[in-house]
Design a protein around this ligand. Sequence first.
Ligand code: FAD
Length: 346
Amino acid sequence: QAEVIDTDALIVGAGPVGLFQVFELGLLEIKAHVVDALPYPGGQCVELYPDKPIYDIPAVPVCTGRELTDNLLKQVEPFHPTFHLGQEVTVVEKQADGRFRVETSRGTRFLARTVFIAAGVGAFQPRRLKLDGIERHEERQLFYRVKDPAQFAGKHLVIVGGGDSALDWANHFAQDGPHQAASVVLIHRRDGFRAAPASVARMRELCEAMKMQFLVGQVTGYEEADGRLSGVKVTGSDGVTRVVPLDMLLVFFGLSPKLGPIADWGLALERKQVVVDTEKFETSIPGIFAVGDINTYPGKKKLILCGFHEAALAAFGATSYVFPGKAIHLQYTTTSPKLHKALGVE
Ligand code: FAD
């Protein structure tokens, strides 16, 4: 059994608001661990619009989703948060001593004095192939992400999708190299892609060199032999269904957010949002706070700048649990020697 991590604050979600929560807690000398289902921080800003400009961050006339995330990560550096990425928080349970038992999908366990839900629109999960019963092949022959590319080397691969992940992996496995597959068939519903032009050009090159085959069509069924997935049925634009044999099936349909386990933590919810007060942004369970897109209160607006304000007040709200009985005063980062020490700018 892995050890249990003891922490004053556990943040669920490394989107912009979860990241700024680290900063606000850090100023109050509360150290945080951060968990995110995605393998990288940034939430919607990185997942949905990394290169789009944002114009309404106070005092930052323009920055992209990725730049905002990079700057937030730089801003929290002095507080050395520990990130636990690529895992979803599944369990949050109050114990008799008032602390929270928290567990992730990868078995990481925490005992947290306070919990901050900064889970946005929920955990991003891969969109799955909607074919009855195909889920029993998941992680054996059907994959929605590549964790270990070596496991696909020398295999007959079918890759489905038309975005960057589908093309990048199709190119990777089709070209000469240590992970080269026995064969690669790329399937997309149309002959047009939502991927970087260079990846599309590379894919066409590999097809011309007979190292990859591209089929226009939709996966409408599958075939099994001896309990194993042996092929997919692909219906082309001509209406004809063909069977494409395979060893491994990789599907990249993008990610969609799911509220998921948060609904089971006993929190008061309103239309899938976590209800909070506007004094501390505390939920119906004392010690659990909710900030950013996940929460709701009268007048709520799903804006990054509103999430930042919520994170500041929630951090002050947490002090009564982390430092019971201690009076906490507001200090300015410009003038406070204590904050300068915390920020490492003495
Ligand atoms: P998110 O960014 O959604 O991050 C939440 C994170 O929590 C995710 O990474 C998710 O994986 C993780 N998570 C959820 N559940 C779990 C779990 N159980 N375990 C582990 N991790 C979990 N806002 C503006 O202010 N200005 C703009 O110009 C603007 N433009 C936008 C443009 C687009 C196209 C979109 C889609 C949104 C835009 N927004 C804009 C909205 C803004 O992106 C959101 O308000 C902001 O991302 C919310 O931040 P957050 O940290 O609350 O949540």
